[in-house]
Design a protein around this ligand. Structure first.
Ligand code: SF4
Ligand code: SF4
Length: 94
């Protein structure tokens, strides 16, 4: 990855078009609806990306997360999964 974005080291949401082998292969994702740390880039689709790159976190709207700095994620990396309340950033801490 050519940027300093935090990596999405794991995402278990296998039905997402950007997911393969429990990893996210989008170029970058956006986290947060403003109230919930959902994956805003989620796209349920039967086709899946062929990319092998590891996604970065390009933007995050969860300003109450301790890792959020100026609408960006400052964590070393994040994980995404289903916490029972939707597809969320599991690294969200507030
Ligand atoms: S992090 Fe978001 S965009 Fe990436 S595979 Fe998971 S749900 Fe899809
Ligand atoms: S760790 Fe916090 S700042 Fe980083 S993507 Fe998740 S909710 Fe946003």
């Amino acid at each position: 990855m050519a940027t300093d974005m935090p990596e999405v080291t794991q995402c278990v949401v296998s039905q997402c078009a950007f997911n393969a082998n429990s990893s996210c292969h989008a170029k970058a994702i956006t986290i947060g609806t403003g109230t919930e740390p959902d994956c805003d880039t989620y796209f349920g689709n039967h086709k899946h990306t062929q990319s092998q790159r590891t996604a970065g976190v390009g933007a995050c709207k969860m300003t109450d997360c301790k890792h959020n700095d100026d609408f960006e994620c400052a964590a070393d990396s994040i994980q995404v999964g289903d916490n029972g309340d939707g597809i969320n950033c599991l690294t969200y801490t507030h």
